[in-house]
Ligand binder design. Structure first.
Ligand SMILES: [Mn+2]
Length: 332
């Protein structure tokens, strides 16, 4: 059963050891949410820990997450016993492995705090999880938890949650047609002396090398259906040649979606030889999450992803066909 945030507050209050985590390859939303909640909780709760599955991308160094966060992948001791674990920004346990199974073995109660729709053909969230698809970021859900717990905001908490909101709304472009993100941001900004620095850390991170990489990759976009579909492929060899982390190639799809003729875009990033991370986007005239689900992925209705293992030439054709059919089905 899916709960409301109000109904899990007692659990957070009464648990003795609390673990906060987010999905694999964490991003600004999940990381900001767990660090924000941690910084608000840590003075009132002795045992609250933050953990990522596989580390923190370097662009989030300004949040000082390394100081407060453990990385499951590199834990030197066995996992502690926690009585409650809150997982932010996913409700798909496959994206929290191998930590998820480890927590289950130890009988930790696991709840997802998320804003992605529940998958129609994937694993269901755990009982008691909170899913709010009207939230533009899970940072907003962390903010509501802080309020419901009657905790005080402080500068590091406000910065982290503001990061979460700025990241997922892409600086207030995608606010789900509500004022909530702005209203929460207005309160957070009372605790943040220089919010523009956060915008810079999140969005002005290009190096010369990344710019040269972008010029090569953007030059190789394949357009189809009268420039309504774009397919971008990033090979491991390119990331290596330009000395980039995989995280540094994630924002290409958002850049490409600024092309005015586009209805949809596909980004295929090679993560390991032969394994591609697929990102799918549409401009909102049709959903793409169900296409991602057919490849065991998931996400938001108009922004979804999956991990692909078969040869990509075939997959690329399939994806373009599926997207073309949806675009052709749109009312003029
Ligand atoms: Mn999110």
């Amino acid at each position: 059963m899916i709960e409301k945030l109000e109904n899990i507050i007692e659990k957070i209050k009464s648990c003795e050891k609390l673990l906060l985590t987010t999905h694999l390859q964490c991003d600004g939303d999940g990381l900001g949410a767990i660090l924000g909640l941690y910084h608000s909780l840590k003075d009132t709760k002795a045992h609250v820990k933050v953990m990522t599955i596989d580390g923190i991308p370097k662009k989030y160094a300004f949040l000082n997450g390394h100081q407060h966060t453990k990385n499951f992948e590199t834990l030197s001791a066995p996992l502690d016993n926690y009585d409650l674990c809150l997982i932010f920004d996913t409700n798909d346990k496959r994206l929290v492995e191998p930590l998820f199974s480890e927590l289950q073995k130890k009988n930790t109660e696991i709840l997802f705090i998320d804003h992605h729709p529940i998958l129609t053909s994937g694993p269901l969230p755990t009982n008691g999880s909170v899913i709010d698809t009207t939230a533009a970021s899970t940072g907003e859900m962390a903010f509501k938890i802080i309020k419901l717990l009657d905790l005080q905001l402080n500068e590091p908490a406000a910065k982290a949650i503001y990061t979460s909101i700025c990241f997922d709304t892409q600086l207030f472009r995608f606010v789900k047609s509500s004022a909530t993100s702005h209203l929460i941001a207005a309160e957070l900004l009372q605790h943040i002396p220089n919010p523009e620095l956060i915008h810079q850390h999140l969005f002005s991170t290009y190096t010369v090398s990344k710019t040269k990489f972008l010029s090569e990759v953007l030059g190789s976009i394949e357009f189809s259906l009268q420039n309504k579909i774009a397919v971008i492929i990033v090979q491991l060899e390119q990331l290596n040649r330009f000395k980039l982390d995989p995280d540094e190639s994630r924002d290409i799809i958002d850049m490409v979606m600024n092309i005015n003729s586009l209805e949809a875009a596909v980004l295929l990033r090679e993560e390991a030889p032969g394994t591609y991370k697929m990102s799918l986007r549409s401009k909102g005239n049709f959903e793409v999450v169900d296409i991602a689900e057919t490849f065991d992925g998931g996400g938001h209705p108009y922004a979804a992803g999956a991990l692909l293992k078969s040869p990509i030439e075939d997959l690329k054709k399939q994806l373009v066909q599926k997207l073309s059919a949806r675009i052709k089905g749109l009312k003029p």
